[in-house]
Design a protein around this ligand. Structure first.
Ligand code: KG4
Ligand code: ZN
Length: 331
């Protein structure tokens, strides 16, 4: 069964064709990063307008790359939330138009579930129950997955999301947007020599990253890190910040996996592209760790098509009244 996935929840216009929820036939992404970098962050109206310009070409590219025609497609999967309203509407309306024109079944996908299903695109089979750490720009969710659509939220962030904390730290250090890759790059030439606080929130599976960000702000304010003049101090700050965030993410994920006696640990979301996080989790986990390749961690449509396949297979289709849900949660 071949599913066309469409993703426009934030600042990537993406389309992909995936076979049987596991085999990627194409995966096209039109990034708006350069446009939003000028403003130091995402401008929602600019994002919506870019989606309008990119959506048809990117779908055409995904179809061409997969070497399929509309007759080969069995269903359409589209992100309905969480995300920016104007951005989501572009993808959902494109998906509805195709569904109507071609008489194809349509299914709306939760973007966070999509991130989890990026792991179905990794070679090898997944084994329930499992714990998945979703770390993106808007979410830090530790989720127990007992089966398809069987999610229990074990913990979440009480303030900044992990990706958001990377973005804010990068801005503080003058490293630019998007912050995650910028911090990772700067950290490569530094050592994590600056002691930064970790919020353990003992007895819970929750996270908090505002304290480490504030500690970094104090160091910048008191001149300890005079970015960008002192490259060594800057690299040490980036490495120390990255280490502080990764330390908490890994420790709490491994503890939850042990507590719930799961079979596997999964990583998902944009921050999962971070090499240090990937390596640290693999090193610390007594259980097999599955991590999608970086291009499948950040926003893409292959993960939406993969998730959509399992929904369509379970008979979960939506009508042309399908609506967006900008604050959709995992349930
Ligand atoms: O999943 P995603 O692409 O979009 C959302 O659903 O939010 O995640 C974007 C977030 C951004 O905050 C970005 O800074 C972060 O993921 N990110 C990274 C890396 N690549 C992207 N964070 C740390 N290290 C990276 N290599
Ligand atoms: Zn995402």
């Amino acid at each position: 069964m071949k599913v066309l996935g469409i993703e426009t929840s934030c600042d990537e216009t993406a389309a992909a064709v995936v076979e049987d929820g596991t085999r990627i036939l194409s995966n096209r992404i039109a990034s708006q990063v350069e446009i939003h970098a000028r403003y130091g962050g995402i401008v929602p109206e600019v994002a919506s307008r870019q989606h309008i310009l990119s959506i048809v070409p990117i779908i055409r590219q995904a179809m061409a790359e997969a070497e399929v025609t509309w007759d080969d497609i069995d269903g359409i999967a589209v992100t309905i939330g969480p995300g920016l309203a104007g951005s989501l509407l572009t993808g959902v309306n494109a998906a509805k138009a195709i569904s109507l024109a071609r008489g194809l079944p349509l299914t709306g996908v939760n973007h966070l579930e999509g991130h989890i299903y990026a792991n179905w695109l990794v070679e090898g089979s997944l084994d329930f129950p499992l714990v998945c750490l979703i770390v993106s720009g808007g979410h830090t969710d530790l989720v127990l997955v007992r089966g398809h659509r069987d999610y229990t939220l074990l913990g979440q962030t009480r303030d900044d999301a992990a990706g958001e904390s990377f973005d804010k730290a990068s801005r503080l250090l003058g490293l630019g947007y998007p912050g995650g890759p910028a911090i990772e790059r700067a950290a490569k030439s530094g050592t994590a020599s600056i002691p930064l606080p970790r919020a353990w929130l003992k007895g819970t599976n929750d996270f908090s990253f505002s304290g480490v960000k504030t500690a970094l702000l104090r160091l910048v304010e008191n001149g300890s890190i005079s970015s960008p003049a002192n490259a060594t101090a800057l690299a040490a700050a980036a490495a120390s910040f990255q280490e502080a965030v990764v330390d908490v993410l890994v420790t709490k994920t491994v503890a939850a996996a042990r507590e719930h006696r799961v079979r596997q640990v999964l990583l998902a979301g944009g921050v999962a592209a971070n090499k240090h996080l990937r390596q640290a989790l693999i090193a610390a986990s007594p259980l097999p760790v599955i991590v999608p390749e970086p291009i499948l961690c950040t926003d893409n449509a292959a993960m939406i098509a993969a998730c959509g396949y399992f929904q369509l297979r379970a008979g979960r289709t939506d009508g042309l009244d399908l609506d967006i849900v900008p604050n959709l949660r995992l349930s």
